[in-house]
Design a protein around this ligand. Sequence first.
Ligand code: HEM
Length: 213
Amino acid sequence: MMLARQLDAASVARLKSALFVVCLMPLGLLVWRGFTGGLTANPIEFITHTTGWWTLSFLMITLAVTPLRRLLDMPWLLRLRRMLGLYAFFYASLHFLTWLVVDQFFDWEAIIKDIAKRPYITVGFAAFSLLLPLAATSTNAMVRRLGAARWQSLHRLIYVIAVLGVVHFWWLVKKDIREPAVFALILAVLLGARIVILWRKRALPLVSGAQRE
Ligand code: HEM
């Protein structure tokens, strides 16, 4: 299916179903590795790293929807955004649970100590905590209940979460900062695109009506 500027509801629904399966693939690959002994000599570390990497990647992909939608003039892309955001939350939950259950084994004292003492854990924990209200208010019913304006302000937390996610990654790497630096660069571009969009929106009322979107 060629991706067109305009897509009918049925095509968007099909695309969403396909994307749903594609987004499950990192988890599928982990499970497959688990059954075939492919989780390396340190499976906990491997699972934590994989789920953390995908959490950050899904955050970036979610943030890319609005700029891409405008750049490619494909309004229907917005219909995929909620699912992508929820996948970020899904992988973050797996990441957090791996740390909580498998790594710390519900040792609450050690957990609190880890959150308080290791700055990269503090930041990661803050990012995950902020994701919770966004996931909880992701339904249409919650958008209606909060009202569009309040819902939108709340969901701006995604920018803070993405920044915290990059800082978390940056602080946890020992020497080679190349990967977190790439994420930081992508985030800077995505946030820069938001600023341009906002700036254009503010500037538009000054331009003649004919040029408006
Ligand atoms: C939105 C939330 C979060 C994001 C985006 C995130 C992202 C990441 C990323 C990208 C990595 C490195 C992956 C790699 O090496 O390829 C990572 C590792 C890790 N994260 Fe997170 N994380 C989040 C929340 C958390 C939370 C809540 C915890 C625990 C409280 C946590 C604990 C860890 C640990 C223990 C590691 C491995 C550190 C090591 O190498 O020793 N993360 N995370």
